[in-house]
Design a protein around this ligand. Structure first.
Ligand code: ZN
Ligand code: ZN
Ligand code: ZN
Ligand code: ZN
Length: 509
């Protein structure tokens, strides 16, 4: 009997038998490690059945806003199947020049410093398998790189599951995945390669390999900022369910540990929630991601409200009256749109066309060389099709803030020109728009509010003779709070707010 079957027969029934998974005690007590040793710190909570969502994590003690809920080391960490060239040990992005430092034994991609290490805790066990099978990878071609990255993380999971079968308790979405494209892809690229080329037929059954892929795709979080590309499986954090208006947020510290913080004051019995999608995406976009990659339909209050609780991130501009045209049923990916003011109906297809046109505009204006002035122009153009709350415009406003800040800081002399001062005034207006949106979709001491507040303060410092309206802005977090709360957040001070906000998304492959 394979490991997976032995294990499944022992799976407890979570519906009838809530299990207290974490007895670590609160942070005030001495910190103890859980059985796998992956939880570093945790408040006390229990795993039990949650309506519509399966298992969930429920607090057993009160937690104030802005506090650490869980700090956890990945049980499995590895490249995404789609990763560019990365070091398999530290996940630094590599260039083709770095290919000379590939593992001498198996050809896997390593950076210069990791290739010189005597012990490589992550790579060594798979390296042994590659050597035993006499298999060498050739990542210098795209095909060769894919052949390697497709299997590394599933293989790391399988090896971990041999030592710690409890990781097989995680949800794998097996039924919904059966015979999907993802399933077929993994059958060819993962199961066959591991069992045949790497000679692991005796060790891992096909079903076991598919379970590994399913658990990874369902539960992994993406660690992606600037130069780092990986996905990680965090066993305890994996129990935290999704909500489009989450009460917690997450980030990664410098050791690639994942940190979950409370954004709001929470009481015993409250379910901990995180968002698996970037916070400023509209409901139709979030639904696409959740339905297609996480295989569930989110039924939260934000998803059911065409106005998204007031954020209106999908609002097109009504051509007869200029009002907000919103999806009638945001959960339905083919929903028609309706104008809030004049009730004009925009059929689904027409709505999608308007969005395509808008996307083309953004495409034209994008690229690495883009400056704040161009971004501002694109925002003005898009105003013809989209309302100012639309997520495309919101993304551009965020980009504008980041670009302007970089430009001003690189050329302090230009700061005092009338042109720059005018842009700065616009940026504070945009900052305020974004903050008002942040308190709707990520209320409390959230990371989103922190990021935008931080940008606001930095831009505000360069304004000459502006009115000081900071004290009237409830949504703005103080610099002191930002300092205290995001001290350990590795991605917080990265220089691109747009990529920064998508970091930590639950990912596929
Ligand atoms: Zn490295
Ligand atoms: Zn190797
Ligand atoms: Zn939702
Ligand atoms: Zn109208």
């Amino acid at each position: 009997m394979s490991l997976i079957h032995k294990h499944l027969s022992k799976t407890p029934n979570f519906r009838n038998d809530p299990i207290k998974m974490n007895t670590n005690g609160s942070l005030k007590q001495e910190v103890k490690l859980n059985t796998i040793g992956s939880v570093i710190k945790s408040v006390s909570y229990e795993i039990k059945f949650s309506a519509n969502k399966g298992r969930g994590a429920f607090l057993l003690e009160p937690v104030e806003a802005g506090n650490l809920v869980l700090l956890e080391q990945a049980a499995v960490i590895g490249p995404k199947q789609t990763s560019p060239l990365v070091c398999l040990e530290c996940f630094t992005k590599l260039s083709t020049k770095d290919l000379e430092y590939c593992c001498s034994k198996c050809g896997s991609t390593l950076c210069q410093s990791c290739s010189n290490l005597e012990l490589r805790p992550l790579h060594d066990s798979e390296c042994q398998i590659f050597q035993q099978a006499g298999h060498r990878f050739n990542p210098s071609t795209e095909k060769g790189a894919r052949a390697l990255y497709n299997i590394v993380t599933p293989l790391r999971f399988l090896l971990r599951a041999e030592r710690n079968p409890e990781i097989l308790f995680l949800h794998d979405n097996a039924e919904s995945r059966q015979d999907t494209l993802i399933y077929c892809f993994n059958q060819v690229t993962v199961a066959r390669t591991l069992r045949e080329q790497l000679q692991l037929k005796e060790r891992f059954s096909e079903a076991f390999i598919h379970k590994a892929c399913g658990i990874l795709d369902t539960n992994c979080y993406e660690l992606g900022w600037n130069q780092l590309q990986a996905r990680g499986l965090f066993l305890d954090i994996a129990h935290i369910n999704h909500d489009c208006v989450p009460n917690c947020f997450k980030f990664f510290d410098e050791n690639n540990n994942m940190c979950v913080m409370s954004a709001q004051d929470l009481q015993p019995g409250d379910e901990l929630t995180l968002s698996y999608t970037p916070p400023l995406m509209s409901t139709p976009l979030r639904q696409v991601i959740l339905q297609q990659t996480k295989l569930f339909v989110c039924h939260c209050a934000r998803c059911h409200d065409p106005k998204e609780l007031g954020a209106k991130l999908a609002a097109l501009k009504c051509s007869p009256c200029g009002g907000d045209v919103l999806p009638e049923n945001p959960i339905d990916l083919n929903s028609d749109f309706r104008c809030e003011s004049c009730a004009t109906i925009v059929p689904s297809e027409r709505g999608k066309m308007m969005l395509d046109t808008a996307m083309k505009f953004v495409g034209k204006g994008s690229g690495n060389t883009q400056v704040s002035g161009d971004t501002f122009d694109v925002i003005q153009h898009l105003g013809r099709f989209l309302r100012p709350t639309h997520n495309l415009i919101v993304d551009l406003k965020l980009r504008f803030l980041n670009q302007l800040l970089m430009e001003v800081e690189h050329d302090l002399e230009s700061r005092d020109t009338a042109e720059t001062q005018e842009k700065l005034a616009h940026s504070l207006g945009f900052g305020l728009d974004l903050l008002n949106m942040a308190v709707i979709v990520n209320p409390g001491k959230s990371r989103l509010r922190g990021i935008i507040s931080d940008l606001y303060h930095k831009l505000d410092k360069h304004v000459i003779n502006g009115q000081d309206i900071k004290c009237e802005m409830e949504a703005l977090m103080s610099e002191k709070d930002i300092q205290a709360q995001f001290k350990f957040d590795r991605g917080f001070h990265a220089n691109n707010g747009t990529t920064l906000l998508s970091n930590g998304t639950k990912c596929l492959g």
